[in-house]
Design a protein. Structure first.
Length: 299
């Protein structure tokens, strides 16, 4: 059974977009995924997003995606939300992934803006609506024009929010003004999808985070959020500033690469990457160590 949700926080407040651990030979590491999921929930996550960009979804098969959802649900699904990434640039394929995630036990779906094709706003509206109609699971939109090439415009957000199962948005647009208007005009629960903007987005109405750095600093993210919720702006700002080296260091290159390296430094399951992603160089690894240490991360 999934944890209890509310309309304001349908997936909790602090979620980590989890990497997909692989074995040394590049196969799916389900035991490692369960260990990592348990560690992240023990660290304070309300939920986990699997099969997202940080989960290397472009290079995992449909069968692997379903296996991963099932394994993570088995490990932590009674105490954390498991949200499955199902977005592709092929609507029919996304519907297949949505149904497979439902059948594997996912509590919700993450649907990214269709990438590469650059559809118009009406195409986005119909694509997301089709995903929401495919199952009875709640849907979190994922607005990341830097990867997809197309933003979800505010008017489209407002239209999509009328669907009873489209309940949230993961915002990686980097535009606080547009976020402010969309939050004000819709009933979507807003989650920061850009760690550097976690605190600024809270200030304009976000309810929580879908984080990458949550792999290494979940307790600090929880403390930042709690301070904000209790009106302690000074403390929230102090935590935000303390974490700046982590926010910077984890994104000096592609986030999956640095996250798996950081997990490896901590002795946690991660494993290799699948091409076209490649491991950090020795110099990059040393820089990551310095960045994490500067942000208070113990290695």
């Amino acid at each position: 059974m999934a944890p209890t949700s509310t309309p304001q926080t349908p997936f909790g407040r602090v979620l980590t977009a989890m990497v997909t651990p692989f074995t040394a030979d590049g196969a799916l590491d389900l035991d490692g995924a369960q260990q990592l999921a348990a560690h992240l929930v023990d660290s304070g996550n309300d939920g986990l997003v699997v099969n997202g960009t940080t989960g290397e979804s472009p290079t995992t098969s449909d069968a692997e995606k379903a296996q991963l959802v099932r394994a993570v649900v088995d490990a932590v699904g009674d105490r954390a939300f498991v949200v499955a990434g199902v977005g592709t640039n092929d609507t029919d394929h996304s519907l297949e992934l949505a149904r497979a995630a439902r059948d594997a036990g996912a509590h919700g779906l993450l649907a990214v803006t269709p990438y590469y094709s650059k559809p118009p706003q009406e195409g986005l509206f119909r694509h997301f609506t089709a995903i929401a109609d495919a199952t009875d699971l709640p849907v979190m939109l994922y607005d990341i024009p830097g990867r997809s090439g197309v933003p979800i415009n505010t008017e489209t957000m407002v239209r999509l929010a009328e669907h009873p199962r489209i309940v949230a948005n993961k915002d990686a647009k980097g535009d606080l003004g547009r976020a402010s208007w969309a939050i004000a005009r819709s009933n979507l629960a807003w989650y920061s999808g850009d760690d550097m903007l976690n605190l600024p987005l809270l200030s304009v109405g976000a309810v929580g985070f879908v984080s990458v750095v949550g792999h290494v600093v979940t307790p600090e993210l929880r403390a930042l959020l709690d301070a904000h919720l209790h009106g302690d702006v000074t403390k929230a700002t102090e935590i935000h500033q303390k974490l700046l080296p982590v926010f910077t260091g984890m994104f000096r290159t592609q986030g999956v690469i640095t996250t798996k390296a950081a997990l490896g430094l901590q002795g946690l399951p991660a494993g290799p990457l699948r091409l076209p992603l490649v491991e950090l160089s020795a110099d990059e690894t040393e820089q990551l160590k310095r960045d994490l240490a500067a942000g208070g991360v113990q290695l």
